[in-house]
Design a protein around this ligand. Structure first.
Ligand SMILES: Cc1ncc(COP(=O)(O)O)c(C=O)c1O
Length: 379
């Protein structure tokens, strides 16, 4: 059976932010599954608290230096994101980056929330625009931001930008929802502090909501994401979770906890970095074959890079033509709430092998060159 997230045979996919199955620590997860059932099954196979498996909440809380009561472990972080949106943004407005994670745009549309945008580029976030929005009459309910290995661009906000963003939010009492599913998947470079930590440093942790996930760093099939909430939001969000799914599946949470508590995460992250580095580097090297007006980001981690197509080529039209040469990718337009930059594309390097990346990127580069030649001849 072929799952819809997987590319058709022969097609090389740069489309979805899916890990390669070769990234899963299968042996250890098998042992942890056994341990979860045999040692903890009486709890983990039952209904439980809506906020998740207590030992996992405690592990996450210790990592973030917060109380376990502030941690809501959700069945994937997308559910957590939707809970935040439904609770805080329904019928109001939210500010998002342009471009941003497309499923956040869907969540906001489902909640009838108006969307305001703050441009995000290689240079970072447009902080002047953020300050204008935050001080305006129709101030958004929150700012949704992906500071590290941003989906879709792969870029990371530097410390100066992070501090400036936090200062603006504090000045205008703006809640900031930081989504960080990729931050632990670092290939190189220096880690930056979470916005959540900077808010705490400034004495305003009440303005910070943090979301992360073990989907990208361990395995998405565990469906384990989490929110770190300000104490004032815990009751409301926990109630929303309880209404939606009673309690999350505790068994994978117990399995994950066994993995984390044994100290397996850090060595696994080192393995992931070594796995992803040649893939990212192969893609970056192949893109050097593009015409000189193409530009692309050079992510220090995560799963994606962002391509500004040469000659103003339309990303959606290119994606359609790419299928015929056996390559898929995500056109950039879908990551914008409004006024899409159409000559853009998101390329994921997490799923294909190095050889597939080389072959797929060569197909894509050739196709782009052909499109530019075709267009010149049509003129
Ligand atoms: C930015 C971002 N947030 C949240 C998610 C949701 O991840 P999950 O529900 O698997 O934890 C993803 C997955 O692609 C993502 O890219």
């Amino acid at each position: 059976m072929t799952l819809s997230v997987l590319p058709a045979a022969g097609t090389i996919s740069f489309a979805r932010g899916v890990p390669s199955p070769d990234m899963f620590p299968l042996e250890r997860l098998a042992e942890c599954a056994r341990q979860a059932v045999l040692d903890h099954g009486r709890v983990a196979l039952n209904y439980g608290a809506p906020a998740g498996y207590e030992p996992l909440r405690e592990w996450i809380a210790a990592r973030h230096g917060v109380a376990a009561s502030q941690v809501l472990v959700t069945p994937g972080s997308l559910i957590g994101l939707n809970l935040v949106v439904r609770t805080l943004c329904a019928g109001r407005s939210a500010a998002v980056e342009a471009p941003t994670y497309d499923r956040m745009l869907h969540a906001l549309a489902d909640a009838n929330a108006a969307v305001l945008t703050v441009p995000r580029s290689g240079a970072g976030l447009d902080l002047d625009r953020l300050a204008t929005l935050a001080s305006g009459a129709d101030r958004p309910a929150l700012l949704y931001v992906l500071p590290t290995f941003h989906n879709p661009t792969g870029t990371t906000l530097d410390l100066e930008q992070r501090r400036a963003l936090v200062a603006i939010a504090i000045e205008h009492d703006l809640t900031v929802f930081e989504d960080d599913p990729y931050g632990l998947v670092r290939i190189d470079g220096t880690p930056q502090p979470y916005l959540h930590d900077l808010f705490r440093e400034q004495g305003r942790p009440d303005l910070a909501i943090f979301a992360s996930s073990f989907s990208k760093s361990v395995a998405p099939g565990l469906r384990a994401g989490y929110l770190v909430l300000p104490p004032g939001l815990v009751a409301q969000l926990t109630e929303a979770a309880s209404r939606l799914y009673v309690s999350p599946p505790l068994l994978p949470q117990a399995q994950l906890h066994a993995f984390l508590a044994a100290g397996d995460l850090e060595p696994h992250l080192t393995t992931l970095a070594a796995f992803l580095k040649p893939r990212r580097d192969a893609l970056l090297a192949a893109l050097e074959g593009l015409p000189p007006d193409a530009t692309w980001t050079r992510p220090e981690g995560g799963y994606f890079l962002w391509l500004e197509l040469p000659g103003g080529l339309d990303g959606e039209a290119l994606a359609e033509r790419a299928v015929a040469v056996g390559v898929t990718f995500s056109a950039g337009a879908g990551f914008f709430a409004a006024e899409p930059r159409r000559a853009t594309a998101r390329l994921a390097f997490s799923y294909p092998s190095v050889a597939e990346i080389e072959a797929g990127a060569a197909r894509l580069v050739n196709l782009i060159r052909d499109c530019i030649v075709d267009r010149g001849e049509a003129r």
